[in-house]
Design a protein around this ligand. Structure first.
Ligand code: NAD
Length: 243
């Protein structure tokens, strides 16, 4: 097994906003050279639609040509398009599966095979509590997140013998723009405050900050993580241990 590179190159998807921006900031502070990918422009961001899976092998090759070997991949990019079952269209279903499942899998394949050839790598997929518990209007999102956790396990099995550790981080309520649904911030309304914050369903009684998700990712991709692979780290303030 090889050693971790001195200043590892880390690809972070969804790095323009929210959790991805926090992960990029944290990994930079930890000493990585971060290459941020996003469909939305931002400072230093490489334009990429993660759903365009046919281009991922060439994309990782071009990042390596410019920055050196990729040692870390964090799949964060995501969309949520809530729709009741009756309104669920093939287009919104396919788009969520493409962004939340197909994209991360093929980026992990492109980067993971290269990491395996060099004998060291860390991959983290940001999933959600929705991978294990579900909500109405959320069929495609829930199916994609559950699928990504299954894929995380298989990637861990296939890449583990070559020194590549693969895990998922499953957040609960995180304070990002994704918590604004149809123009309404769900964390500011009575649904969250009465039921979760004050109603006993959320033991830590507050939403998570993006930096708190980044802190879990920071450990999983570090040289300090030598034995966690195929795992699901839940960062939900206790949400899913209540009923
Ligand atoms: N916010 C939460 O409460 C929460 C909870 C659990 C899981 N998550 C997951 O965390 C991840 C990040 O979400 P967030 O809350 O930071 O949302 P966000 O909207 O703030 O950030 C998502 C980022 O992904 C980018 N993106 C969207 N589609 C893309 C595509 N096709 N290609 C490349 N980039 C794309 C967006 O432009 C944006 O910068 C998502 O996978 C989401 O499902 C969020």
């Amino acid at each position: 097994m090889s050693a971790r590179p001195e200043r590892p190159v880390a690809i972070v998807t969804g790095a323009t906003n929210g959790i991805g921006a926090a992960v990029a900031e944290r990994l930079t502070a930890d000493g990585h050279t971060v290459v941020g990918l996003d469909i939305e422009p931002g400072p230093g961001i490489v334009a990429c639609d993660v759903a365009a899976i046919e281009g991922h092998d060439a994309l990782v090759a071009s990042i390596e040509a410019e920055h050196g070997p990729v040692a870390v991949l964090v799949n964060v990019a995501g969309v949520a398009m809530p729709q009741p079952l009756r309104d669920l269209s093939p287009a919104t279903y396919r788009r969520q599966i493409a962004v939340l499942l197909d994209g991360p899998v093929f980026l992990a394949r492109a980067a993971g095979i290269r990491m395996a050839e060099r004998g060291w790598g860390r991959i983290v997929n940001i999933t959600s509590v929705h991978a294990s518990v579900s909500e109405r209007n959320s069929l495609a999102y829930d199916a994609a997140k559950g699928g990504l956790e299954a894929a995380t396990r298989t990637l861990a099995i296939e890449l583990g013998p070559s020194g590549v550790l693969v895990n998922s981080v499953a957040p609960g309520f995180v304070r990002t723009r994704m918590s604004i649904v149809d123009g309404v911030d769900e964390l500011a309304g009575s649904w969250f405050q009465d039921r979760y914050r004050d109603g006993g369903l959320l033991p830590l009684q507050r939403a998570c900050e993006p930096s708190e998700v980044a802190s879990a990712v920071s450990h999983l991709v570090s040289a300090d993580n030598t034995y966690i692979t195929g795992a699901r780290i839940v960062v939900d303030g206790g949400l899913t241990v209540t009923f």
